[in-house]
Design a protein around this ligand. Structure first.
Ligand code: SF4
Length: 392
């Protein structure tokens, strides 16, 4: 009977961090003990309010992200997962939690394990303590190592490590050192994103509005596109040589350890966001939750009051998403799945874009799949933008 239900991913947002990192523009920040308690109560009220609303769905993955979920008491995480299991149909293949060194303990890790969490995602970013300081992180590499080994001792057998390349003054050699040290630890999954300097962050004030001349002349603070590409290829080379497969532009995993939850975003499986500011896709409806903390707490038991900017995607918009999300996966997009979902062959809609991209060597195709080439993965932003039908 459960097989007939639609698969669903649940994302739970914990918007707290002990300290804001200098590059971060996420919906997160420090908060008092009391605020964390009030927020958890509100989150539980929101989860309870979904009882009966999602009867036709079966939860296959849960991702507790942030912010720093490990910055709240572990009993809150247990309560959140208990509430989800009471109010949703649940057959989870994967329950992940994001955790940051400096906020973890043996007690917390044990509690996560007891609550059924089977995947740990650790935010490391760099193994170089100077770089961690530059980023405004609260931890050292040694703090991370302690947490990592503790998690292994307690039986976590599916661990992701988040890394960040392209830091000011980093250079390819320093990045290689980080990757090599992490590979030596043997995590099952590695996410390697490049730093994006967002407006409104201390990083932007420091590095964001320098002209290229300023950068080259004085600080060499921003790496250029060639260095960026060299970093991508070095990352791939080192990780593949060590048994990691690149399955998405920035994500690598050992066989069988791709993140199921994140994969479902790229494959447009329905997901429900719970908590402050979280986003949802339910069939063709996209919306996000209230972003103001007091309003969220006030209205948490009434999801309809929390949901903002509800958009029903047109068929055209859904087709665009199918392409620019699906092409992020190295296996590419399936032509037969497109036909099945939209009732029309992919070529009838995207022939021009596919043809041009194949000619330029950024896409390739076989009988059923269209995917980015190695070069296409390096310049993916430009290629993916072509699949916006409204773009010129
Ligand atoms: S720990 Fe993560 S979410 Fe929190 S401030 Fe740092 S980058 Fe942002």
């Amino acid at each position: 009977m459960n097989n007939k239900k639609n698969p669903l991913g649940i994302y739970v947002h914990i918007p707290f961090c002990d300290k804001k990192c200098d590059y971060c523009d996420f919906l997160s920040g420090p908060a008092s003990k009391q605020t964390k308690e009030e927020y958890t109560k509100a989150l539980l009220a929101e989860i309870n309010a979904y009882k009966d609303l999602m009867k036709d769905y079966l939860v296959r993955t849960i991702f507790i992200g942030g912010g720093t979920p490990s910055s709240i008491e572990s009993k809150y995480i247990q309560q959140i997962l208990e509430a989800i299991s009471k109010n949703f149909n649940l057959e989870p293949e994967e329950i992940s939690i994001e955790a940051n060194p400096g906020t973890l303990s043996k007690e917390k890790l044990k509690a996560y394990k007891d609550a059924g969490i089977n995947r740990l995602s650790l935010g490391l970013q760099s193994t170089n303590n100077q770089e961690l300081k530059l980023l405004g992180r609260i931890h050292t590499y040694e703090d991370f190592l302690e947490n990592y080994h503790l998690a292994r001792e307690l039986g976590f057998s599916n661990i992701n490590i988040d890394l960040m390349s392209g830091l000011p003054s980093q250079g390819v050699k320093a990045w290689e050192e980080t990757i090599e040290r992490v590979v030596a630890l043997g995590p099952e999954h590695i996410s390697a994103y490049s730093l994006i300097i967002e407006e409104g962050t201390p990083f932007y004030d420091r590095y964001g509005n320098q002209s290229e001349d300023d950068i080259d002349e004085h600080d060499n603070n921003e790496i250029n596109e060639d260095t960026d590409r060299l970093i991508y290829s070095k990352t791939k080379e080192i990780l593949e040589a060590n048994g990691y497969c690149r399955y998405e532009i920035s994500n690598y995993a050992k066989k069988g350890y791709e993140c199921k939850h994140n994969k479902s975003y790229w494959e447009r499986v329905s997901y429900l966001g719970l908590g402050l500011g979280s986003s949802s896709l339910i069939k063709d409806l996209r919306f996000h939750n209230e972003e103001n903390l007091s309003n969220y707490i006030k209205n948490s038991s009434k999801p309809s009051l929390l949901q903002k900017d509800i958009i029903k995607l047109s068929k055209e918009e859904a087709m665009e998403e199918f392409m620019f999300l699906g092409l992020r996966l190295t296996k590419g997009v399936s032509k037969s799945k497109f036909h099945q979902e939209f009732g029309i062959p992919i070529e009838d809609i995207f022939l021009k874009q596919v043809k041009q991209s194949i000619q330029e060597g950024v896409l390739e195709e076989d009988n059923n799949f269209i995917r980015l080439t190695e070069y296409g993965l390096d310049v993916s932003n430009h290629v993916l933008a072509r699949f916006l039908l409204s773009s010129p």
